[in-house]
Design a protein around this ligand. Structure first.
Ligand SMILES: Cc1cc2nc3c(=O)[nH]c(=O)nc-3n(C[C@H](O)[C@H](O)[C@H](O)COP(=O)(O)O)c2cc1C
Length: 367
């Protein structure tokens, strides 16, 4: 049994799967359900100095088993949330309180919540601070100098230069959370083209599996330029999704959309799947897979020219999957083996992903 326990910014979590801020942690009831569902730590719904009021509808289905939402922050005041925090604290599971947004907001909320609820840490959302770096640094400094507990900055996936943000903010924070939902985005039903969300023109924020590759890239970039831990968030539904985040350097992960879709048991399910994957591959801890992607990146083969696909006849079973999926129609069947028209092959590699036998490889062209 692998060791699932992780320590991030000095906070010890029984497993690396946390809640991400959202309606999955809207109140004490939902946060306690997350704890029962096996979560390693609770990150609460973002509160700000004034309760939000979001015009309905706020949450709709989106492409690729994902979601589109027009929810901002909590619609209840911080005083109500203080009661919720006390309930979570009683469970002994670490509590990270999410707050937003401006330096003044953080200077008001941080000390109040620290004094009244003693959370294990804070996460501050930057979702509505725009895309300039300076306001982000100012919010980080404001919270850093007004609370004692560790603080994490939650980054949006669409900052123009995420590495600049990470470098500038790192001195003031204890970690980063990457990422928030992606957008704004727009989608609707052509049979009934009315706005599907209550926001200004029906736009919203994309979350769930559709954003996983975006968030994964952001985690990779943030880990690359600074030393503070990063919590990966975006599209995580199963253990292998989380493993990918660890491989690019995340120290823990957080989950929102999968919990909205499948309920709070999903946190424990993902934690068990992480454990099973680690056991199956002979790893004894999350730490052992951290940054494996980076190691492979250093070792990867770089082609000088345009390579060409080669078929290993001993492995090819003639299933035709590569022929059907060749983007340039360069593959064809001769008898029961796949063959390549070298002049048509552009060496893109797409066909390799469809061969169940691993019979295809890219090779340098012979002169
Ligand atoms: C309906 C909804 C509400 C959300 N509210 C918040 C919020 O209050 N604060 C915040 O930092 N992120 C919020 N998020 C973003 C999530 O915490 C998370 O970063 C994002 O959805 C990507 O993770 P996921 O694919 O697991 O949902 C919200 C997401 C959804 C879907």
């Amino acid at each position: 049994m692998a060791k699932l326990e992780v320590t991030v910014s000095g906070i010890r979590f029984r497993n690396p799967v946390l809640t991400a801020a959202g309606p999955n942690v809207l109140n004490a009831h939902m946060m306690l359900q997350a704890v029962e569902g096996g979560v390693g730590g609770v990150v609460s719904k973002t509160v700000s100095v004034k309760p939000a009021h979001d015009r309905r509808p706020t949450i709709r289905r989106a492409v690729c088993r994902s979601m589109m939402n027009a929810e901002t922050w909590a619609e209840e005041p911080v005083e109500k949330f203080l009661e919720y925090y006390h309930e979570v604290k009683k469970t002994g599971v670490p509590l990270i309180v999410s707050i937003g947004y401006t330096p003044d907001d953080l200077k008001t909320l941080g000390p109040l919540i620290e004094r009244e609820a003693r959370p294990d840490g804070f996460e501050f959302s930057t979702h509505y601070l725009g895309k300039d770096v300076e306001p982000l640094v100012e919010s980080a400094k404001a919270l850093r100098y007004s609370v004692e507990a560790p603080i994490w900055m939650k980054v949006s996936p669409n900052f123009p230069d995420i590495q600049e943000v990470a470098r500038r903010v790192a001195p003031y924070v204890d970690g980063f959370v990457a990422t928030n939902s992606f957008g704004p985005v727009l989608d609707f039903d052509p049979e009934n083209p009315e706005p599907r969300l209550g926001s200004a023109y029906g736009q919203g924020w994309l979350s769930g599996p559709a954003i996983l590759p975006i968030s994964l890239r952001v985690v990779y970039e943030v880990v690359s330029v600074q030393d503070k831990p990063v919590i990966g968030v975006g599209g995580i539904e199963r253990g292998t999704d989380a493993i990918k985040y660890f491989m690019v350097g995340a120290s823990a992960v957080a989950v929102c959309t999968a919990a909205l879709k499948h309920g709070p048991q999903v946190y424990g399910k993902i934690a068990r799947e992480i454990n099973d994957w680690l056991d199956r591959h002979g790893y004894t801890s999350v730490e052992e897979v951290r940054n494996l992607y980076r190691e492979r990146l250093r070792e990867r083969r770089v082609y000088e020219g345009i390579p060409v696909i080669r078929v290993d006849d001993d492995l090819c079973t003639g299933c035709t999957a590569c022929v059907r999926n060749c983007v340039e129609r360069a593959l064809y069947m001769k008898g029961d083996k796949a063959r390549v028209v070298d002049d048509l092959c552009i060496g893109c590699g797409y066909c390799m992903d469809f061969c169940p036998e691993d019979a295809l490889s890219l090779q340098e062209r012979q002169p």
